[in-house]
Write a protein that binds this ligand. Structure first.
Ligand code: HEM
Length: 520
């Protein structure tokens, strides 16, 4: 009897320890199964002590609960509601208790929810002006302590900047399965939080990202096998891993293509206002003086990049594994790309860096060039990265450039220069690899299937066309960009507007002015 009791006590203690350890694992623990998704489905509801936070989130959405323009953000009452409803509740102490409990999934949910409130608060005036006039204006530059202190504490606990992020807030921590036993696929998903609408295009925009990332476990698995095989010079294993990588990128690109139908190009600017950041520090007309976080001790203006798929890890993984990153020139745009990598959960940041270092050590690219079949598979994978960036550039032109003259993207990059520049580097790597390929007969005799040999030939042709088209396009955008710079030099006084000035958010391609870069 006594022995049984001891064993039961031991079992309970073990369970507790096991449970505590499991809870304290980072939300974005990377595995071959979940990939870059959080290790568990996001927590949907906060503990009841945070009901006032939950209530604001519930009432803020512009079309709340399917009722058009009924939410606090539609009526312009959100900022006041935050000040009145959170004041004096002492929720920051409840945040301290949550941090002490170290339940990482719960902390992530808290961070997500406070970050939603933070972005809604600082960007509410920007959105109101945009809906009224089609032009942006300045955001609020002081964040009240009821939001600032919890944001700062939660961000420190999770290793983030205290602002909205792609993985930990807007996209990868913001979905729930309708059928918990079903797969993580678009049709089985719904949104937890939304600025504009839980349905329609905002839902489509966010959940297509999740649907794509649901394939990232396969990427990670293939990347790991690829590095091991290159390091140990196991040619067959290397080729199998490269083919798996190719299949995974194909699924991801197929899912990405569904964006057109699930999130309409004309709708993006209806929720875009809320995902802007407060960076870059220089020349950001929305936040010329940054944002002061009240009550955090150091009340200097803060500048953070906004939410952007640029902080997703699937393409950086491929860039690093296939050693495309090594071909990036040392310039301001590459500095932006590297800076984007800071805006990720620490586990992903470290993982992406480790892939870069290990692929270099294992000489993945050189090993791929050492065999016709490997080289063909390498080409197919680089072409998938090209395809992603090409489709993505089409999205950007259709969802943003066609409809808005504001030249800074939500992540803070100069829209017209950043994305095409990265695409052109991938083209170069592709062209270099294609030029080393032997003819189709040699590829097939090296073991490449006939259907993949056909795909490789198609890649070669596309690489040439893409290069020509992009070069022509970039020449045009460079002229637009130059005009913009000249315009800014002549009117430099207006480069940082006063609160009541508009930010040129009209779709005029030459004279209107915008931020530091881009069209206007
Ligand atoms: C309507 C759809 C989309 C639009 C309008 C869009 C817009 C943008 C913009 C403007 C950038 C430039 C960086 C910045 O924010 O400053 C960017 C970067 C990026 N976005 Fe998207 N995006 C879309 C969909 C997606 C999707 C579905 C993904 C999938 C994960 C994604 C992943 C990325 C990546 C990886 C980058 C960095 C690109 C690079 O390294 O060349 N985006 N996006």
């Amino acid at each position: 009897m006594f022995k049984t009791q001891i064993n039961a006590a031991k079992a309970t203690a073990f369970k507790l320890t096991e449970g505590a350890v499991a809870k304290s694992l980072p939300a974005f623990t990377i595995t071959r199964n979940r990939g870059f998704l959080p290790r568990e489905d996001p927590v949907q509801k906060l503990p009841s002590v945070f009901n006032p936070v939950e209530s604001l989130l519930d009432r803020m959405t512009i079309h709340a609960h399917g009722k058009l323009n009924s939410g606090l953000l539609a009526t312009g009452q959100f900022g006041d509601a935050v000040k009145h409803e959170l004041k004096g509740l002492g929720l920051e102490h409840k945040v301290d208790e949550a941090i002490l409990s170290n339940d990482q999934m719960m902390l992530s949910a808290l961070f997500r929810d406070y970050a939603f409130l933070t972005s809604a608060y600082v960007l509410e005036p920007v959105d109101i002006e945009f809906r009224k006039t089609g032009k942006y204006t300045t955001g609020r530059n002081v964040l009240p302590r009821e939001l600032a202190v919890p944001m700062k504490k939660l961000a420190e606990a999770l290793g983030h900047f205290p602002f909205m992020e792609y993985a930990s807030v807007y996209a990868l921590q913001n979905w729930a399965r309708k059928d918990p036993a079903g797969d993580i696929t678009f049709d089985n998903l719904e949104l937890i939080r939304a600025f504009e609408n839980h349905e329609g295009s905002e839902k489509g925009f966010i959940l297509v990202h999740v649907d794509m990332v649901a394939n990232s476990g396969k990427l990670i698995s293939a990347a790991e096998d690829c590095i091991t095989a290159a390091a140990t010079k196991q040619r067959d294993d290397f080729n199998v891993a490269l083919e798996q990588l190719y299949n995974a990128y194909q699924s991801i690109n197929q899912s990405m293509e569904t964006m057109w139908g699930r999130s309409k190009p004309a709708d993006y600017i209806n929720f875009r206002s809320f995902i802007f950041g407060t960076a870059p520090k220089e020349g950001n007309p929305m936040f010329p003086e940054g944002v002061i976080y009240e009550g955090v001790g150091d009340e200097k203006p803060q500048y953070f990049r906004g939410e952007s798929g640029a902080n997703d890890s699937m393409i950086p993984l491929g860039d690093n594994l296939l050693e495309i990153t090594a071909s990036l020139p040392e310039n301001d745009l590459t500095a932006v790309l590297r800076d984007f990598r800071q805006y990720r959960p620490p586990t992903q940041r470290e993982y992406i860096e480790s892939i870069e270092a290990r692929a270099r050590l294992a000489k993945v690219k050189l090993f791929a060039h050492g065999d016709p079949k490997s080289l063909a598979l390498y080409v197919l994978n680089v072409d998938q990265i090209r395809e992603f960036r090409n489709r993505h550039w089409s999205f950007t032109k259709e969802y943003i450039v066609r409809r808005s003259a504001y030249g800074i993207a939500t992540g803070g990059s100069p829209i017209l220069r950043y994305l095409p520049s990265n695409l052109s580097i991938v083209n170069l790597v592709l062209e270099e690899a294609c030029s080393a390929l032997p003819g189709t007969a040699t590829l097939v005799s090296s073991g490449l299937s006939k259907s993949l040999a056909v795909n490789v030939n198609a890649c070669k042709r596309r690489a040439e066309v893409q290069k020509r088209v992009l070069e022509a396009e970039m020449a045009v955008w460079a002229i637009v960009d130059d005009q913009k710079q000249n315009e800014l030099e002549r009117t430099s006084v207006r480069a940082i507007p006063h609160t009541d000035e508009d930010l040129g958010e009209q779709k005029i391609m030459q004279r209107g002015w915008v931020g530091n870069d881009g069209v206007g």
